[in-house]
Design a protein around this ligand. Structure first.
Ligand code: SF4
Length: 315
């Protein structure tokens, strides 16, 4: 069996930063450290952090007054930040800086009187956080078919932002439809789909042309991991999303001579190694990594020397 590893794959700069913030908070403050929502969407990452004293909650009201609370990489709405302050929580913001950049553009457009559309998956924490940067109602658009029925105040003053982990291909189709309906639409200078999403999807697109089957390592609720699986399937290459090697079904490999492996931006590399080890146990394999984009992006992790100052709601 030939195994080809996608490049790049796995952890992105925002995930590295968010996980480091929780580790640092656990070192600096007496556990438990509370985290609102999953810090990143990966069951193994959560398990390790739980083991060290992190407690993941879905509602602020589950957190005792005065407890150290980390906001996840997906970001939170202004209302959530304000409620946390009113509840007396000591908050630390682990929002990915690339998500914060989308928030700033959202606020700017809204302040300039635009109707702002959020392109993304309804109910995803990042989309909820982005919508919640402004007071007014915000339309979330998930499909091109929703564009014709959108109600806006002035078709000349419409702008959009997108979720950072969307499918590059699907979004381009949706944006074409949006430009047809609103020719004057205000667009970001560069796409909001982040570098990590773009690079991982491009790598899987090329990988899909080289192999018989693709395994994507990532959790089922990870948006960017699901998109990687779809990218492979769109190129007619069977692809499976697995949390770890334990989810592999040997029947997938009938007639398969080459396997590609990639990992979502929130999946640790040791899980990829686990998949390779599983394949090795089935028979001889050769492993190579494809040529691909070198990533040199990293985000600094706050020192957390002082008391958590919190995320300031407002502008
Ligand atoms: Fe940030 Fe992109 Fe990683 Fe999300 S996938 S945490 S936006 S770098």
């Amino acid at each position: 069996m030939q195994v080809v590893l996608a490049k790049p794959r796995g952890f992105c700069a925002g995930v590295n930063r968010a996980i480091s913030i929780v580790h640092r908070a656990l070192e600096r403050f007496t556990p438990p450290v509370y985290v609102l929502h999953e810090i990143v969407h990966n069951t193994h990452v959560l398990e390790e952090l739980r083991h060290r004293g992190a407690v993941f909650v879905e509602e602020l009201e589950e957190i005792p007054t005065g407890a150290v609370t980390v906001f996840s990489a997906h970001g939170v709405s202004r209302a959530v930040a304000e409620r946390a302050r009113n509840l007396g929580l000591r908050t630390i913001d682990a929002t990915c800086p690339l998500v914060s950049k989308v928030h700033r553009r959202m606020i700017r457009l809204y302040d300039q009187g635009y109707d702002v559309l959020v392109i993304g998956h309804k109910g995803h924490p990042e989309v909820e956080g982005t919508c919640g940067q402004v007071d007014g109602p915000v339309a979330v658009v998930s499909r091109a078919s929703e564009i014709d029925t959108l109600q806006v105040r002035d078709p000349q003053r419409v702008g959009y932002v997108t979720q950072t982990t969307l499918s590059v291909d699907d979004t381009e189709e949706l944006l074409k439809a949006l430009r047809r309906r609103f020719p004057q639409i205000s667009e970001p200078e560069r796409t909001d789909i982040c570098y990590a999403t773009t690079n991982r999807q491009a790598a899987v697109r090329r990988l899909a042309d080289q192999v018989d089957l693709i395994l994507i390592v990532g959790s089922k609720n990870s948006s960017n991991s699901n998109r990687l699986r779809e990218v492979a399937q769109l190129r007619q290459t069977p692809a499976y999303l697995i949390d770890d090697a334990g989810e592999i079904d040997p029947r997938w490999f009938a007639g398969v001579h080459s396997v590609g492996i990639s990992a979502g931006a929130s999946a640790p590399e040791h899980l990829v190694t686990g998949v390779i080890d599983w394949l090795r146990r089935q028979g001889p394999v050769t492993v190579m990594e494809m040529e691909g984009e070198e990533e040199h992006i990293s985000f600094c992790v706050p020192e957390l020397d002082g008391e958590p100052t919190g995320l300031q709601p407002g502008r």
